[in-house]
Design a protein around this ligand. Sequence first.
Ligand SMILES: *Cc1c(COP(=O)(O)O)cnc(C)c1O
Length: 476
Amino acid sequence: MTGQYRMARYDEGTVFEIGGESHVRSATGHIPDGLKGTVDLPDLTEAEVMRHYVRLSQMNHCVESGFYPLGSCTMKHNPRSSVWAATLPGFASIHPEQPFSTVQGALGLMYELERMLAEIGGMKAVTLQPAAGAQGEYTGLLLIKAYHEANGESRDQVIVPDTAHGTNPATAAMAGYDVIEVPSADDGTVDLDALKEALSDRTAALMLTNPNTLGIFEGRVTEIAKAVHESGALLYYDGANLNAIMGITKPGAMGFDVVHFNLHKTFGTPHGGGGPGSGPVGVVERLEPFLPVPRITRENDMFVLSDDVPASIGKVQSFYGNFLVLVRAYAFIKSHGSSLQEVSEMAVLNANYLVARLNGVLPMPYGKLRKHEFVLSGEPLKEKGVKTLDVAKRLGDMGFHAPTIYFPHIVEEAMMIEPTETEDKATLDAFADALTCIVSEDPEGLKCAPTEVEARVDEVFAAKNMWLTWDLAQQD
Ligand SMILES: *Cc1c(COP(=O)(O)O)cnc(C)c1O
């Protein structure tokens, strides 16, 4: 296939298959003499290898190639201005061990970003260290644990609603807590009576997402906060859905004590295999003494990193976190300025436009008004033998990434759709048309989707048989 232009196709072989039987090729001249004949390399030129990987990348649906309504993940377009900022040599080429005097700009950016996030979250102080939302949750629970211990209390339970993201109970368990699940009421929000029943002097915290994973705002959140605080527990805000409320309200105003931010969801960093993330954590005043070290402080007009925090839970990340993600978030917030609120307003408008367009196509359990995302049920399709998984696969044929499926668990055959603020009306219409069309398609055809590829991937088999290298695949 040498010298021939090929578009991305779904029958791309591995580099070894393309390279053929004889592996080591001396003609390329790139293999040092001493290694020739000793390393197992495909018989391909550098250009061929590059083209192979570019074709592979084109087989992937990404936010640059099309609509990506993966609910809860906020797969928005990430502005190139943020990417540009992160590539500036003064940010991209510095080393974490440089003397403070030579990286004042970087430290100043982090110092300011902490304050901007604190303002958005309604918190007193922020740490930028955690590398993802899940690590933010873990850090947050360690802070809560340290707080209770400092008060001479050993509380051993964390409460999560049944709509919670899987990371919430997983984090609580990892932090050594017993996980107590509370059910949702008929309107899809936390069942307040069940919550009050579950709260006790054993409760360390309630972890809550607001709006929740159904896209519904917990309207009684101040009542929830009151009940939680009266029992002596703290309230944790899973900030994955912050894209719905920025500039409109703040977790701090709702009574939350700890918040994590997913910079790779809300604040302009690509994610989903696109690179590292960042999950800063904000806290109210009474939790500030426990924040991880180092803290960024200001001494005599110099920004420095300080380890002098006696009650700190310690380090949670190498150095101070994923710095270039912080630069992107800083650029994103600065470029929106006081109009950050419009991000959320557009995200909510887009979601509710799709809700209106899809009305009657598939049921949407738990009432009609949504924030930035909503959950449909593929239940009625079951009588035709069609599953939500089939619909998701078929959307791929039509050029759309699938929504999040089978989550939250309280909706049968769930499809969780989050359009984000960066999509235009034509894209939303095209997606609504595609879904409307799929629902009335021939069930037999749907079960074969996606048709663009040779066959549907057996995901269970793939998860159980970890052939991560060519050699492993050859052995079986
Ligand atoms: C994404 C997400 C998380 C976890 O965040 P990561 O950054 O992926 O670790 C937690 N809760 C909800 C609701 C999420 O959508």
